[in-house]
Design a protein around this ligand. Sequence first.
Ligand code: IVH
Length: 675
Amino acid sequence: MSAPAELVEKVRRLSEEIEFHNVRYYQQDDPLITDAEYDRLMAELLALEERYPELLTPDSPSQRVGAPPVEAFAEVRHEVPMLSLANVFSEEDLTAFDARVRKDSAQESVDYVAEPKLDGLAVNLLYQDGVLVRAATRGDGQVGEDVTHNVRVIRAIPLRLQGEGYPVHFEARGEVFMPKEGFLALNERARKTGDKVFANPRNAAAGSLRQLDARVTASRPLSFYAYGIGAFPEDRLPATQHELIEMLQRWGLPVSPELRLVRGVTGCSDYFSSLAERRSRLPYDIDGVVYKVDCLRFQAVLGFLSRAPRWAVAHKFPAEEARTRVLAIEIQVGRTGVLTPVARLEPVFVGGVTITNATLNNAEIIKEKDVRVGDTVIVRRAGDVIPEVVQIVPELREVGAEPFRMPEACPECGSALEIVEGEVAVRCSGGLYCPAQHKESVKHFASRRAMDIEGLGEKLVDQLVDKKLIATVADLYRLSLEQLAGLERMGAKSAANLLEALERSKHTTLARFLYALGIRDVGEVTAKALADHFGSLDALMAAHEEELLSVADVGPVVSGHVLLFFRQDHNREVIAQLLELGVVWETRAKTSDEGERPFEGRVFVLTGTLSAMSREEARARLETLGAKCTGSVSKKTDFVVAGAEPGSKLAKATELGVPVLDEDGFLAMLDRGRP
Ligand code: IVH
């Protein structure tokens, strides 16, 4: 049955519409329709293509779901070799690079395009008449692997170019990478399902792209930025690298928003320092900066040396991985009783600091990595994340090294361990009887975002618990000046200050109080949602499962923890004591449905760094209140929240006249509970 003409037209329009929404969602982070609406469009297209296979084109958005598995990858010989980059590691090397470029191009000062060196893998995309027809990996630079079926599922990569003026036959090159957030989620899922856990986003991206089954690739959160070209008709080239990148962008290829045109070696090193400073806050891993001579004529003059261009260089960040030795493996018991193995290390300088400990996450991961005392290991410290043991160096294992065994009882209190089915964590069953859990729960209670007891730090809590001055958190409010002044490193003055801080902390909010109680899986966002929904502690304590489940963010697991917590007499007792000792908050009448989402319909854009919370937290809190957070500023944006060092979004907001909130203004708005 051949397709009627109007269906041909319909499939074309549907495809265009879906691609348009792909760009809004995956490139601009600013969707116009809901996921369900999107799925409906896609289902309609799939149905038509199934009925009339002749309507299926290689650039159809339906190809994004992944083709059936292939046997092996075909080889692709690159029309233009895919090069690598020379590295520099210091300002000195960079100056030498620039000196050589200036000499060979006979210029006094050279402009460079500076951009992040993404930690993913290079791909070459061949566009024929604006349609993506082949994608290949770099391979050895001459011959790569055909990964077209996998690249088609990456939503950031256009299957069909936009606009006009693109050559009939040309290649775009860029990096496929996995954003950090997607990487963490992927590994978390893998741990639960027993699938392969990846060591870092780069490996995850490479593993995902080199899948024989594109449906697997489709389930992986891959993204892409274009940074150059391969085959390209010479007479169609612009004069400069930055114009070339702008052209690719106009045709719908995503390019790094961090890309800048800079002048001379000073421009390069300023860019380097600014990016190094922001590195840990970027949503993807980078391992340095790439500088490229902007003028394409000079690029041609400079040419290539063996396998790297002489007109570009990678300026690498200091290594974030180093080798050291495991001196011991100890067990830490956290607030909720989870046992975490920690490796004590021979001190090593990595990522700019000396580290002596690294987390081994849990028993399963130690087993998987087979880390033993005495092993030589590779440790990694990226940005401000907790250092971790990446892998051992098996060749350097000493004979007789014993496999690590998790203890059979809690090392802190001797209580039996709980192993929950379907969970990797092993927990101490001692509850607050366990001094380690007790200390952690007091520290949590006192922490800034909970009861905010200023000055009640780690060392003090340890002493209070060890000296048996407090049995429960309620006892904190019974401490006397003499008791406090008698502690190590405490004078009369700081004891008095602490008493004042304790007094101040009594005035709180229901949300903070609930969070401070440390109910399992009740983080700040859930605590706020519970407080908003129930309005009072009594109402929450009397709630049944159905009502708990009706709260946004609360599923059967969380509701189970909440019910269990309030059912226990000792918890009710501590709560009663806290209230008696003067802990208070303002009670509001139970909010109406409308009041629960007071930010409904408001669109926020977050930029820069907030000191009180991460951007993810800010986003979660806004969303709980009903607001929508998007990635780019437009006329539809209601507020831009600008933390420290805001990006170009602040300038855009000013340009469009969108109201801008600084951190204080933003926190005040959250406290007020309405925009
Ligand atoms: S340009 C002729 N730009 O680094 C220049 N490469 O060491 C060739 N890479 O294989 C590459 N980010 O996978 C360029 N902004 C960037 C890059 C980048 C990451 C990778 C790429 C390449 C490797 C070379």
